[in-house]
Design a protein around this ligand. Structure first.
Ligand code: NDP
Ligand code: GDR
Length: 353
């Protein structure tokens, strides 16, 4: 447990993404020292965590960012050796399902094989660490809902196949070497920080922009797909809870409720007083070669063993996301953190460059 002298430390891959940014806030609010892996493109995409880096020159900062790529094994080894974290949250991935059809090989490498890179690095260094694997409902693929921890995995996308590789790798290392690895099998979770390529953010953004007269139509693919949409900040609380359990295991996090893409369109447009049928148009380019028709999770195990329960469901989620888009367009603060701000003087640390 945490002591005043030695705060618990966590290493987060994917800290710049939706979940990584909320998880960093949650862990900082709990007193952790947080280390994040940030890949460097032409720019480092740190906009979701910049508010945590207000004092970038504080050497005592509890947030430390490190450049690195998931496909660079030696970098992962050197970082893990230096940081010696208590907990590793492996969230980084090529996470967009349609892109995985265009780039199946790199998706397999980044989203799948990286779990082996990290776990082998941990094993070879001999670290005593708890490891969270960001597994996905997409692994259930063509298996009809409801989905629980023992439902058959039948992925129908290169992304789903890659996540299944990571899932079984985490289980294999747990069973073969006694490592403390946990699979969080998370159903779709969304927020104002969701990338615009995902359908909920795309719809929320379109509803707000159309309501304010910025545009008139949005183009979508399959409106019949059914998903189980929850609120991302609640799901990172579940990730943390999983790693605190004495015994490692696999857990579904979901709301247990089903809505179609059409339902979510109705909710978003309805919130701004518009009829979605007048503004949503079809573009076949958004159809996928194979589609997951329905994902609906059964989170009973997480409720019973971890006390985790969803609190936000699709209608409120749509309102939160549309309101955030309206605020953004009107120049107001759009994205308020649900977790307490870390104490002054702690956040912020420069990354090289
Ligand atoms: P995002 O797409 O928002 O974030 C992905 C993160 O991975 C980003 O920080 C990205 O960095 C990083 N990343 C991608 N490729 C690399 C690489 N080669 N090297 C280093 N970092 C890389 O995903 P979410 O936050 O939504 O999801 C987190 C994880 O949970 C993912 O693995 C996702 O597949 C999984 N998941 C998500 C669900 C959801 O509904 N959100 C549901 C189930 C599982 P950069 O900012 O530079 O792009
Ligand atoms: P998903 O989320 O594929 O479930 O993966 P996404 O929001 O991309 O799609 C949900 C459903 O909406 C349909 N759809 C569209 N999707 C997008 N992105 N854009 C459109 O224009 C559009 N029109 C219809 C899709 O066909 C699909 O059925 C997310 C990701 O976060 C994964 O990383 C995660 O593992 C899974 O959720 C669980």
């Amino acid at each position: 447990m945490t002591s005043a002298q030695h705060p618990r430390s966590a290493f987060i891959t994917g800290i710049t993404g939706q979940d990584g940014s909320y998880l960093a806030e949650l862990l900082l609010s709990k007193g952790y020292e947080v280390h994040g892996l940030v890949r460097r493109g032409s720019t480092a995409a740190t906009h979701r965590i910049d508010h945590l880096r207000s004092d970038r020159h504080d050497p005592e900062s509890r947030l430390q960012l490190h450049h690195g790529e998931l496909v660079d094994t030696s970098r992962l080894v050197s970082l893990l050796s230096d940081i010696v974290p208590d907990e590793v949250y492996h969230l980084a991935a090529q996470s967009h399902v349609p892109v995985s059809f265009d780039e199946p090989e790199s998706t397999a490498n980044v989203t799948g094989v990286s779990t082996v890179r990290l776990l082998e690095a941990i094993r070879m260094i001999g670290l005593d660490v708890r490891f969270y694997q960001a597994s996905s409902a997409e692994m259930f693929g063509s298996t009809p809902p409801p989905h629980h921890e023992d439902s058959p995995l039948r992925p129908v996308s290169p992304f789903g196949v890659s996540k299944m590789f990571g899932y079984w790798t985490a289980r294999t290392f747990r069973e073969a070497y006694g490592m403390h690895t946990v699979n969080g099998i998370l159903f779709n979770h969304e927020s104002p920080r969701r990338d615009e390529a995902f359908v909920t953010r795309k719809l929320a953004r379109a509803a707000a922009r159309i309501a304010l007269g910025h545009e008139r139509h949005v183009y979508l693919g399959n409106l019949d797909a059914v998903r189980d949409w929850g609120f991302a900040p609640e799901y990172v609380e579940g990730m943390w809870a999983m790693l605190q359990a004495d015994e490692p295991g696999d857990y579904v996090l979901a709301t247990g409720t089903a809505h179609s893409v059409e339902d979510f369109a109705r909710l978003c447009f309805g919130h701004v007083g518009l009829d979605w049928t007048r503004h949503v148009r079809f573009d076949e380019r958004y159809l996928r070669p194979t589609e997951v028709d329905a994902l609906v999770g059964d989170p009973s195990k997480a409720a019973h063993e971890l006390g985790w329960r969803p609190r936000t469901f699709a209608p409120e989620l749509a309102r939160i996301m549309v309101d955030a888009e309206l605020s953004l367009l009107q120049g107001r603060t759009a994205d308020v953190s649900p977790f307490p701000t870390p104490p002054a003087g702690h956040p912020g640390h420069p990354i090289a460059g």
